[in-house]
Design a protein around this ligand. Structure first.
Ligand code: NCD
Length: 307
């Protein structure tokens, strides 16, 4: 079954067979783009990107993906829009819908915002991050990266480290990993920013997991260490942020203490938690991971458009 015309709001919207098909399609598009540059699958189709929160990779990789597929992108620029005159974001989406885009990519601060607008918007909606809630297409490129690097996803051990409370990549990655077998997830974080109960409820019985407070406890067992940034913009108490700043940090010296170093991933942007000294290690995969976003998102957009 294809995802033609479907909204992608959660990582649970992908079944295992969808993921396997999309990963192969992403590899195919990578080759076709290397050979021909731009393709013409999406000729005549229009993508609207509406990012109400900052973004570099997610927005650019969706836009590049659409253009390289032969389509057109219109970007809604929040900073010069009528939102500044007091128009609501729901009204804004109604106006956008009236211009008949073929696919809409939304990032919003409010959890469930894409769920709220999907019923009156005709085009399929791709959730590019709804506050701390979910970021399903990030999970798509994360798991695609694991699949390419390790040749499999079943049976792996992954440590997800950092701000698991306010981050949206950890929940979506966890949900997508439940589609595979015999995996173990270690949530590595100080107690105050450990994974949210709601996430545990959603994965319970579907994947093995354990909470640990320090990477040292598990690093030698891991196939993948997935590091995330402290989500400064979501802390209501700036003092709590300052207290936690520097609470976990991965650098080359730290990693060199271990006999086995897992592959290192990060959704980026990084701040202090992943030192640039790690970049020279062969296990550093985060820039490759960001580039994989182009192909993973191109595969998804192609399918959702049905082209
Ligand atoms: C992430 C996000 O926006 O949630 N960034 C991204 O999409 N690559 C991670 C983050 O901002 O820390």
């Amino acid at each position: 079954m294809s995802l033609k015309g479907k909204d992608i709001l959660s990582a649970f919207d992908f079944e295992r067979e969808d993921l396997e098909r999309l990963f192969k399609l992403a590899d195919q598009l990578r080759e076709e783009m290397a050979e021909k540059g731009s393709l013409d699958y999406a000729k005549g189709k229009v993508m609207l990107t509406a990012f109400f929160e900052p973004s570099t990779r997610t927005k650019l990789s969706f836009q590049f993906a659409m253009v390289k597929l032969g389509g057109t992108v219109i970007d809604f620029d929040v900073s010069t829009s009528s939102l500044l005159k007091g128009e609501s974001d729901v009204d804004t989406m109604k106006i956008i819908d009236g211009y008949d885009p073929d696919v809409i990519v939304i990032r919003q601060k409010q959890p469930y915002f894409p769920h709220k607008v999907k019923d009156f918007v005709k085009a399929p909606i791709l959730n590019a991050g709804d506050g701390p809630h979910e970021h399903p297409t990030q999970a798509l490129l994360d798991v695609y990266t694991i699949w390419r690097e390790l040749g499999k996803v079943d049976g792996i051990k992954i440590g997800i480290m950092g701000d698991l409370k306010y981050g949206r990549t950890a929940p979506s990655l966890s949900y997508m990993l439940t589609r595979f077998n015999n995996l173990t997830i270690y949530y590595i974080a100080p107690d105050v920013i450990q994974i949210r109960d709601e996430v545990i409820e959603n994965i319970k019985g579907k994947v093995k997991f354990e909470k640990v407070s320090k990477p040292d406890e598990v690093i030698e067992e891991l196939d993948v260490l997935y590091v995330t940034r402290l989500q400064k913009e979501r802390f209501s108490d700036p003092e709590e942020y300052e207290r936690l700043k520097g609470a976990y940090k991965i650098d080359k010296d730290f990693l060199s203490k271990f006999k086995h170093i897992p592959i290192i991933m990060h959704p980026l942007p990084r701040v202090w938690e992943l030192d640039p000294s790690v970049d020279e290690l062969p296990q550093a995969k985060y820039f490759e991971q960001a580039r994989n976003g182009l192909f993973a998102r191109a595969a998804l957009v192609k399918e959702v458009l049905g082209v």
